[in-house]
Design a protein around this ligand. Structure first.
Ligand code: BGC
Length: 837
């Protein structure tokens, strides 16, 4: 696939629209395939080339459709977003994004489909590794830096997935039922910051419904909030297959349908434009936005990209992996003293034993649309061997076979008899964590749990080095010598692990999400119980809930240890106009240079409006030499302390006594200072007394008052067990047709997965299992509509409707639909090309 050279002239887009035929307008508003938009050669309008993000550039070599995971051109596989955020250094996010921008430009990419800024509502979401945080400030700051970095290299971004897309199991059909305040304060807030601060060229709307309306049809969301309130002037595109009703979508402000090629959608646009139900100005507005994006991309958003320096990008990937790793626990065993000793036998008593397949086959990225093909990788084993470290190694388990392997386990335990220190590399495998499905437990594979427990039982000091894109249960946590979280650290994650374990680098990452001890303690009250996702916890997400309930967490939001220690002192807080300014001194009191992430929370006033106990308002990462002290200044706008008032439909600042908190984590408060606010309004609750009571502290189950909080009845799940346009295929197994259909669509991908699993043990097998597992696990959660919309014309919309009719007893209508020729306007690409000549 080649991207044609830019041909668009600098004429204002609105002038060009006038020359379009109606068919050409319909064409321009959709993709021609999974990765390209349509062009109109006759008018010199070129195609746009779009690729995933967000952890590198995924330019596929072979177009296999929306979910086809063909091999991609090599590009730097940076640490995943969750790791990037755990550096707490937005400048690193900017640098990574600029590097991805340069690589994108070199590969002819116009729009990078990144960053993902959805909130980590639950530790079980399969896609948390692609997101930044449970906290909207962290998500917004990192998302904003990312957009600015990519766009500084002349490549457009697409901030995704707008909005409230916090699960995978129901992503195609789910309805996120969220109260107005939680939506504004949490789920929209990162998007708002990014739009206002970084001006992304595009926004990608999510698959799911938000309060009953598909995001792709939601005019309040895409026009009212995004454009009219926040001033977004770019383009909105669908997620791949997220269109519900194309005409409603255009009216709502959804400009581009991806991956497109849906005859039904083009026909609807043409028909609606002809009968007037789609006003010409709205159609032309969407066309204009596509043209403006083509023009912007053709001229480089800001300036042409700089040259690609693969070595510098590789070093940056390593640095981020180092800075994003979090030392969760340490009894002093880390860093290990593993100076190469020529004469020491690897199996000598007191030696170092390494256990776990992930030592040699590091899991450094997630599965799904963000999959990158890196030019090279460094596993921990590579990094150890490069340094000449003496160790013995036992594989212990196989990541892609979840059940224990008795022989591997026996071998590891036998080796442990000689070991003083055991480094256990493990965590989540690709069968357990991926885009396309969620986890049902935070537990890791039984094979790893049993082995870890037995290793601890030998009395050796066991250090657990974790690869996982989301929180896990840590077996025998209290008895481990240390736990180092690498998250998913990108292609040189092994080098980062070696530097940290051996003390060449000092850990400085901190968690950007709370780690409950098990999923039962998560703050989401209703996660994946049906297609109706009741966000009944409202504003109490993550630490906003755990703070108040006193949940006994494994690790608090913001937690992370260092090989040195920091003392906080002399907090000074001043109100300076509309800014709150805080300054404090941090001293490195240990013997190693290190970095500390200072978190500034504000404890909310106790007024009439229910609030979280405290919320993060600013943060900074300070690199401080051993024995040195630094003064740091932090600031935030007084207005940030406002809550969203559902009676005013606006932000309201409440007068009262607040408290500024300087902390090393949400659970490690070091200094406090009072802050009295008099510039706002006297406290008054916009809620009913019943809601005030139910939400005074985080509810422990979905409260009856949730409907009152929402201001309408809570919808009920509607799945009937039959095929329907909006039923997950996996839920439509009550009928013969539903079962046959699911078996047919899953059959092919399942065959791919089975043949991958049958391959001999190798890295090639791992890669194939990973990719086919993603699609096989995702298929049952698709609906007939989503399939039709995502298939680039391969599965026609009228056939989808016919199947739904047949399965619901409407045989005659179904057969008619099945036999009908879909009305296809003259919008095929070929026709347009002919017209050009
Ligand atoms: C994902 C998006 C991605 C798109 C294209 C969708 O399934 O949700 O994040 O950008 O596919 O690969």
């Amino acid at each position: 696939m080649t991207t044609p050279a830019p041909t668009v002239t600098a004429r204002p887009a609105a002038d060009i629209v006038a020359q379009f035929t109606l068919d050409e307008k319909a064409l321009l508003l959709e993709g021609v395939d999974a990765w390209n938009t349509n062009g109109v050669e006759r008018l010199g309008i070129r195609r746009l080339f779009l690729t995933d993000g967000p952890h590198g550039v995924r330019k596929v070599r072979q177009n296999l459709g929306a979910f086809g995971l063909a091999e991609a051109e090599p590009s730097t596989a940076f640490p995943t977003s969750t790791t990037l955020a755990k550096t707490w250094d937005p400048e690193l996010a900017y640098a990574v994004a600029a590097a991805i921008g340069r690589e994108s430009a070199a590969l002819g990419v116009d729009v990078l489909l990144a960053p993902g800024v959805n909130l980590m509502r639950s530790p079980l979401c399969g896609r948390n590794f692609e997101y930044f945080s449970e906290d909207p400030l962290v998500s917004g700051v990192f998302g904003s830096a990312f957009v600015q970095g990519v766009q500084s290299e002349g490549v457009a971004t697409s901030v995704k997935h707008f909005a409230a897309n916090s699960n995978e199991d129901y992503r195609f059909v789910g309805d996120s039922v969220v109260d107005e305040r939680a939506l504004r304060e949490l789920y929209l807030r990162a998007f708002e910051r990014i739009v206002k601060e970084a001006a992304p060229a595009t926004v990608m709307c999510a698959y799911n419904k938000l309060n009953g309306t598909f995001c792709s049809d939601d005019r309040d969301l895409l026009t009212g909030i995004l454009r009219e309130e926040w001033g977004f002037d770019g383009l909105v595109m669908t997620d791949w297959g997220a269109t519900n009703d194309r005409v409603a979508g255009i009216i709502a402000g959804c400009d581009l349908d991806m991956p497109g090629q849906v005859a039904h959608n083009r026909a609807s646009i043409v028909a609606a434009a002809q009968d007037g139900s789609l006003p010409t100005e709205l159609l032309d507005q969407a066309v204009t936005r596509v043209l403006e994006l083509v023009q912007q991309c053709s001229h480089g958003l800001i300036h042409p990209a700089g040259p690609v320096d693969p070595q510098a990008h590789a070093e940056l990937a390593t640095r981020v992996a180092v800075e994003g790793a979090v030392l969760l626990a340490n009894d002093g065993t880390l860093p290990i003293d593993a100076i190469p000793q020529q004469n020491q036998r690897a199996d000598a008593a007191g030696g170092l034993l390494v256990v776990g397949e992930q030592f040699e086959r590091m899991r450094y990225q997630g599965a799904g649309s963000s999959l990158i093909s890196p030019p090279e990788t460094t596993s921990p084993k590579d990094a150890f061997d490069r340094r000449g470290i003496r160790y013995s190694y036992a594989r212990g388990y196989r990541s892609l076979d979840l059940t224990p392997d008795a022989d591997l386990e026996r071998e590891a335990l036998a080796a442990a008899a000689y070991a003083d220190t055991v480094l256990f590399f493990g965590g989540l495998g690709d069968l357990e964590e991926s885009e396309g499905f969620d986890r049902t437990t935070m537990a890791i594979a039984p094979a790893q749990v049993r082995l870890l427990e037995r290793l601890v039982g030998t009395g050796a000091k066991v250090v657990f080095v974790v690869s996982a894109g989301a929180p896990i249960e840590i077996p025998r946590a209290g008895e481990l010598a240390a736990v180092l979280l690498l998250s998913l650290p990108g292609m040189h994650g092994g080098e980062a692990a070696a530097r940290l374990l051996l003390g060449e680098a000092n850990p400085s990452g901190k968690l950007t999400e709370s780690w409950p001890r098990s999923a039962a303690d998560q703050s989401a009250l209703d996660y994946n119980t049906s297609e109706v996702a009741r966000y009944a916890e409202s504003i109490y997400v993550g630490y906003r809930s755990h703070d108040a309930t006193g949940t006994d967490l494994a690790h608090a939001f913001g937690h992370g240890l260092s090989y040195t220690s920091f003392v906080y002192r002399d907090l000074d807080v001043q109100l300076d106009g509309d800014q709150v300014r805080a300054s404090l001194t941090i001293e490195n009191t240990g013997t190693r240079d290190g970095a500390e992430v200072v978190q500034l929370y504000v404890r909310n006033n106790r007024g009439r409006v229910f609030k979280a106990d405290k919320e993060l308002r600013a943060f900074a990462k300070l690199r401080i030499a051993a024995g040195a002290a630094e003064r740091v200044d932090l600031a935030f706008a007084l207005a940030d302390l406002s809550y969203w008032d559902v009676a005013e439909h606006d932000w309201v600042l409440e007068n009262g006594d607040y408290e500024v908190i300087a902390a090393a984590s949400a659970a490690d408060i070091r200094l406090t200072a009072p802050l009295t606010v008099t510039q706002g309004r006297e406290s008054r609750s916009p809620y009913s007394p019943a809601v005030d009571r139910a939400y005074a502290t985080p509810p422990t189950g979905v409260p009856a008052e949730f409907a009152d909080l929402l201001g309408r009845p809570v919808p009920s799940p509607t799945s009937t067990g039959r095929l329907g346009m909006e039923t997950r295929l996996g839920d439509a197994q009550g009928t013969w047709l539903g079962r046959v259909f699911l078996r047919t669509v899953v059959g092919r991908v399942q065959k791919d997965l089975d043949s991958a699993l049958a391959l001999p043990d190798s890295l090639e097998r791992d890669a194939k299992v990973k990719s086919s597992n993603f699609v096989a696990r995702m298929m049952p959660s698709m609906s007939l509509r989503a399939m039709a919309m995502a298939s680039s014309g391969g599965f026609a919309h009228h056939i989808a409707q016919a199947l739904a009719d047949l399965d619901n007893g409407h045989r005659i209508r179904g057969i008619r639909r099945m036999l009908a020729r879909p009305s296809t306007p003259r919008t095929a690409t070929a026709r347009t090309d002919q017209e050009t000549r």
